[in-house]
Design a protein around this ligand. Structure first.
Ligand SMILES: [Zn+2]
Length: 254
């Protein structure tokens, strides 16, 4: 708490006045442009690595940047992730949904361990909310990951905005990352399909009025990747790729 209180004192001196000005600017007309799903990992600070600010985007964070499939939404039982979709895309007409995974994700490392039956047994899940969360909502990612049986030369097919809008992904074709990070990339892409499962978004998605993107953050190099459907892989966002990625986004999503 000491660290946090000292931070608040510094914020009062350095940032408060300028933030209040920004709050005033967007008070009557906040127009967030995106909703950003990321992991709750303490090393992930989405507003810092995207240099976004007051009023720019909604942020939802949880263990493993998961968005539960709509099948998990039974009667009034739901979670905050779909509520976030409704708040942003339906009530505020946000056009871009971003899911951002990352390397060395503790939630994904645990999900990888849970692939053995013993670890993911009902008894284990009863005593561990985290295991239960991952086993329930990460299962489709794990299944897809296990399907390729370690052969990542094989492409994996995902669906995105609509079941017909499928795309192909080569996961870590240069084999730069460990097996858990590969699962993290598969998991990030799997969330696109989960997001598109919500009926409240169907019309917008069919009209190409709402777009879903995947980013992936490498904690150890600080590089951020964009999943390019054209290149069928995650590409580092840098000086050499920026224009290419932007052109793809404009072409696909305009
Ligand atoms: Zn994580």
């Amino acid at each position: 708490m000491d660290r946090i209180l000292r931070g608040i004192m510094r914020y009062r001196v350095l940032d408060r006045a300028s933030m209040v000005k920004q709050f005033e600017q967007v008070r009557d007309n906040p127009v967030p442009k995106a909703i950003f799903y990321s992991c709750m990992d303490s090393r992930m600070i989405p507003t810092r690595f995207t240099e976004t600010s007051v009023g720019d985007m909604f942020v939802v964070r949880n263990a493993g940047n998961l968005v539960p499939h709509s099948q998990a939404f039974v009667d009034e039982m739901t979670s905050c992730e779909p509520a976030g979709l409704e708040l942003s895309c339906v009530l505020n007409d946000v056009k871009h949904i971003i899911v951002c995974g990352h390397s060395d994700c503790k939630a994904m490392n645990l999900l990888y361990k849970l692939k053995s039956d013993k670890e993911s047994s009902i008894e284990q899940r009863r005593i561990s909310p985290l295991k239960s969360w991952l086993c329930t909502h990460g299962k489709s990612s794990l299944d897809k990951f296990l399907d390729v049986k370690g052969n990542f030369d094989k492409p994996i097919v995902f669906s995105a905005e609509t079941p017909q809008r499928k795309f192909v992904a080569y996961i870590d074709p240069e084999n730069n990352f460990c097996i858990e990070d590969k699962l993290s990339q598969v998991n990030t892409l799997q969330q696109l399909q989960n997001i598109a499962s919500y009926g409240m978004l169907k019309k917008r998605l069919e009209r190409h009025d709402l777009h879903i993107h995947a980013l992936w953050f490498d904690i150890y190099t600080g590089d951020i990747y964009y999943f390019s459907r054209r290149a069928k892989r995650f590409l580092i966002i840098d000086e050499s790729s920026y224009e290419i990625i932007l052109a793809e986004i404009r072409r696909y999503y305009s």
